[in-house]
Design a protein around this ligand. Structure first.
Ligand code: GDP
Ligand code: MG
Ligand code: ZN
Length: 363
C-alpha cells in the first residue's frame, strides 16, 4: 500500500474526496504527475497509472481552470483488469495555482487567457544564475505570481562556481528580494544542494521557474540523485512504458515533490492579489499617504513619491510596480469579461436546450 501523504495528500483532501458528488466506492485518491494531449500520468494509492478524463469532467469544464493540471488532486477510477490504466473522474478543489495571463496586456481590449503552470504548490523556487544579469523586475513578477498562487516564494542562485565572490553577489541580490529566502547553489560542485533538499519537507510540493539555461534541470537531477532519464526508466517499474511528459512532478528520495519547468521567464500573473506581498515596502509607505486610496502618482501628500524622491525607493522598482499594477488591473477587467461571457454562453446553451425540449414535446 502506498502512503498517500508521500504525494502531498492531506486530511483536507481526504475530506474533500469524501464529499465529492456522485462519489463511487471504486474511486481512489490520485494526483496528476504530468499530462499531454492524450493522457494523464497519475500517482495513486495503487501505484502510478496512465489515465484519460471522464467525459463528464471534459464536458462540464467551463474553461481551462476546470480541467486537471499537473499538481492537481483527483478522484480516479482504476480500469478493471488493467492495473496501470485509469479514468480521472473528478477534480478536487485547489489550494492555489501558479498561473500566468496569456495574451496582449498592453491594450484593455484584446483577449487574455489563464495559463495554469501547476496547482497546489507549497514553494515556488525562482531560479536565476550567478553568471547572468540578475533582473529584479523579472523577479517581482514571478514573486507576485507565486504569492497569488498561495505558495511561499524563495530564490535560488545557481552556478555560484562561476563567480569569484559569491558573497558579494548575494549581498547585492538580497537587497532586492524583499526578505525572501535565498539559496546559493552549484550543480557542478554540489554546494548548497542540501539546503534546498532540507527546505522541501516530506509531502511538500516545490516548483522551479526561471529562464531557460539557468540550471533548473541540472538541479532537478541533483535533488533526485539520478539523471532524469534513469529516473523515468525507474518509474516505469519495468513495465516497459516510457511515460513522461514535458512537465513532470518528481517524488524526491528524501520526501517531497519537485516540478521542473522548461522555461518560465517574464510573466504577468493571472491572479492579481500578489502585488502587496511583493511590494511590502510600497504597501507600508502607503499607510502614510494623505489619501487612503492614493495611487502614488500625482496625488498630494504621497509618502511613496516622497520615498522615491529621497531615494528610499529606487526609481526602477517604482516604475516596475506601476507597470505591473497597470497590467494586473487589465487582467482583472479581462477576467471579469471572460466570466461574463461564460455566463452568457451557459445561459444561451440552457435556453437552446429548453427550446429543443419544447420542440420535442410539441412534435
Ligand atoms: N558551471 C555551472 N554550470 C551549470 C550549473 N547548473 C547548470 N549548469 C549548466 O548550464 C546549462 C543549462 O543547464 P540546464 O539544467 O539544462 O538549465 P535549464 O534550462 O534551466 O533546465 C548546462 O550546460 C549545465 O551543465 C552550475 O551550477 N554551474
Ligand atoms: Mg530544463
Ligand atoms: Zn501615495
Amino acid at each position: 500500500m502506498i502512503d498517500l501523504a508521500a504525494f502531498g495528500w492531506t486530511a483536507e483532501q481526504d475530506q474533500q474526496f469524501r464529499q465529492l458528488e456522485n462519489l463511487d466506492p471504486l474511486w481512489i485518491p490520485g494526483r496528476v504527475r504530468g499530462h499531454n494531449r492524450l493522457y494523464y500520468l497519475l500517482f495513486t494509492a495503487q501505484g502510478d497509472m496512465t489515465a484519460t478524463l471522464a467525459g463528464r469532467l471534459r464536458h462540464h469544464a467551463g474553461g481551462v481552470q476546470d480541467l486537471p493540471v499537473v499538481g492537481d488532486f483527483v478522484a480516479v477510477r482504476p480500469a478493471i483488469g488493467q492495473e496501470t490504466k485509469a479514468m480521472v473522474e473528478a477534480l478536487l478543489p485547489r489550494n492555489g495555482a501558479f498561473s500566468r495571463a496569456d495574451g496582449d496586456l498592453t491594450r484593455a481590449s484584446g483577449a487574455a487567457a489563464q495559463q495554469i503552470i501547476a496547482a497546489n504548490i507549497d514553494t515556488v523556487f525562482i531560479v536565476s544564475s550567478a553568471d547572468a544579469d540578475f533582473s529584479a523586475r523579472r523577479l517581482e513578477r514571478l514573486l507576485a505570481a507565486a504569492w497569488a498562487s498561495n505558495a511561499t516564494p524563495a530564490l535560488i542562485i545557481t552556478k555560484i562556481d562561476l563567480v569569484e565572490d559569491p558573497a558579494l553577489l548575494l549581498a547585492e541580490v538580497a537587497a532586492q528580494t524583499a526578505g525572501i529566502a535565498v539559496f546559493p547553489v552549484s550543480n557542478k560542485t554540489g554546494a548548497g544542494i542540501d539546503a534546498i533538499r532540507a527546505a522541501i519537507g516530506p509531502g511538500q510540493t516545490a516548483l522551479l521557474v526561471g529562464s531557460s539555461g539557468v540550471g533548473k534541470s541540472s538541479l532537478t537531477n541533483q535533488l533526485l540523485g539520478l539523471e532524469r532519464q534513469r529516473v523515468n526508466a525507474m518509474n516505469d517499474q519495468g513495465r516497459g512504458q516510457h511515460t513522461t511528459t514535458a512537465r513532470d512532478l518528481f517524488l524526491l528520495p528524501t520526501g517531497g515533490l519537485l516540478l521542473d519547468t522548461p522555461g518560465v521567464r517574464v510573466i504577468t500573473p493571472w491572479f492579481t492579489d500578489g502585488l502587496e506581498a511583493t511590494f511590502t515596502d510600497i504597501d507600508d509607505l502607503a499607510l502614510a499617504c494623505k489619501f487612503h486610496d492614493c495611487g502614488h502618482q500625482s496625488e498630494p501628500g504621497c509618502a511613496v513619491r516622497a520615498a522615491l524622491e529621497d531615494g528610499t525607493i529606487a526609481a526602477a522598482r517604482y516604475q516596475g510596480y506601476l507597470k505591473l499594477r497597470r497590467e494586473l488591473s487589465i487582467v482583472d477587467r479581462k477576467g471579469d469579461k471572460r466570466a461574463e461571457a461564460a455566463q452568457k454562453r451557459a445561459l444561451r446553451t440552457r435556453t437552446k436546450a429548453k427550446n429543443r425540449q419544447q420542440k420535442i414535446t410539441l412534435d
